[in-house]
Design a protein around this ligand. Structure first.
Ligand SMILES: Cc1cc2nc3c(=O)[nH]c(=O)nc-3n(C[C@H](O)[C@H](O)[C@H](O)COP(=O)(O)O)c2cc1C
Length: 208
């Protein structure tokens, strides 16, 4: 009699910061270290800067990096996005990347978690990101702001703050659990998370 083993959960990480020394990137790397012991395979989409500015006229064009982005999102079970806030709004590179998915629909019913690391913890960036993800049908099941982020990672990007480590671990566990949770539980969780961010929960996609 064969022993059935569950397929590993596929986690895609996306950093919205393009600068080399990035606290958002560091937060994703910390999350990946928490995820791997949970039988999770971690892939990173590191090509945000290569994506052209979104143009609906080019939506059906065979643009290699756009196809790669859509393929990686489609094949992920869950997605973790960490993005900075710039001038009180979501970093534009991230919004641009997700605009490429509006017509093709890879985010529909996909569980996503949102982090913003930076000076303030980026509540505006988190709210905007959660809103656009929700409007595309994704389930935002966890979100986290990391304020004064440069004090919480060392210059090599290693997490040095225990409370932040616990918070990133909790977000990671919640996201990974969503991959195998009943759809109605994921919807209930997303409804709670986006409601707390002041987003109309009427936009949360119905359970499968
Ligand atoms: C152009 C610019 C605008 C910024 N605006 C904000 C802001 O509105 N709110 C905030 O909390 N931090 C703001 N910051 C600081 C970022 O939070 C900080 O640079 C953060 O570390 C960026 O993320 P990263 O470390 O992943 O690159 C801004 C930084 C830049 C460069």
């Amino acid at each position: 009699m064969g022993v059935e083993t569950a397929a590993p959960v596929r986690l895609l990480t996306v950093s919205g910061s393009l600068q080399e020394r990035s606290t958002n990137r560091a937060a994703l790397e910390a999350a990946a270290t928490f995820a791997r012991p949970l039988a999770v395979t971690v892939e990173d989409f590191g090509r945000l800067a290569e994506l052209p500015a979104f143009d609906p006229d080019r939506s059906d064009e065979a643009i290699e990096v756009v196809e790669d982005w859509r393929r990686q999102v489609a094949s992920a079970d869950v997605i973790l996005v960490a993005a900075p806030e710039y001038a009180g709004a979501l970093a534009g590179a991230v919004k641009n990347a997700f605009d490429w998915l509006v017509g093709s629909g890879e985010l529909y019913r996909k569980a996503v978690a949102v982090i913003s690391a930076g000076t303030s913890g980026g509540v505006h960036a988190r709210r905007m990101l959660a809103q656009t993800l929700t409007w595309q049908g994704a389930y935002v099941v966890a979100e986290l702001g990391i304020a004064a982020a440069r004090t919480k990672f060392d210059p090599d990007g290693r997490l040095t703050d225990d409370a932040t480590a616990a918070e990133i671990a909790a977000v990671t566990h919640m996201l990974v659990a969503a991959a195998t949770s009943p759809s109605r539980d994921v919807v209930a969780r997303a409804t709670q998370v986006v409601g707390e961010l002041g987003i109309d929960a009427g936009h949360v996609a119905p359970a499968a």
